[in-house]
Ligand binder design. Structure first.
Ligand SMILES: [Zn+2]
Length: 173
């Protein structure tokens, strides 16, 4: 049986005990942008909040793309989340290659270079990546200035979060 077929079978059982109250319109409190990495999936555990309080946006890295910015605008302006948490992590797969390398590798292994260059948003340093994300989100005119935007790195070995502080810009005369 395929993995998805197994999941469908499990879903029949899930639905038997499903609480229809969960189908009501959600009112999440916190927007979280994090990596697609499965080690970041237990966000209620990592952050000590119920699923219902979290509006989770996931991309590889994570990358704060134009799409992610649009989702954050909807999250804060339409759904009503009140803070934004940018969650990077140690040991991210997206630090193990450059976009150029992966494009070359896939073009060679598939024998088809027509999609290249794809943007994979690979990066090297999670702290620097987090600072860039904070800057990008903070700079968006539709994300209200009174919404806190904070960045963290999740250590996959210890389970601990550490905050990344943006480098202060010195005011120029
Ligand atoms: Zn990752």
């Amino acid at each position: 049986m395929s993995i998805i077929d197994k999941a469908l079978t499990a879903n029949r059982n899930y639905a038997k005990n499903y609480d229809p109250a969960l189908g009501k319109r959600p009112a999440p409190k916190l927007a979280v942008v994090t990596c697609m990495d499965p080690r970041l999936s237990d966000l209620p555990g990592i952050l000590g909040m119920p699923h219902a309080d979290l509006d989770v946006i996931r991309t590889g890295g994570p990358a704060v793309t134009e799409d992610v910015l649009g989702e954050l605008v909807v999250s804060t302006r339409v759904l009503g989340t009140r803070e934004i948490l940018l969650l990077n992590h140690t040991g991210c797969g997206f630090t193990t290659f450059t976009d150029e390398e992966l494009n070359a590798k896939l073009s060679a292994s598939t024998g088809d270079a027509s999609p290249a260059p794809m943007r994979f948003f690979s990066y090297k340093d999670p702290e620097e990546n987090t600072r860039e994300q904070i800057k990008k989100v903070r700079a968006h005119p539709w994300i209200a200035k009174d919404i806190p935007v904070r960045g963290f790195i999740f250590d996959v070995e210890t389970g601990l979060l550490s905050e990344v502080h943006p480098i202060r810009q010195h005011a120029t005369a």
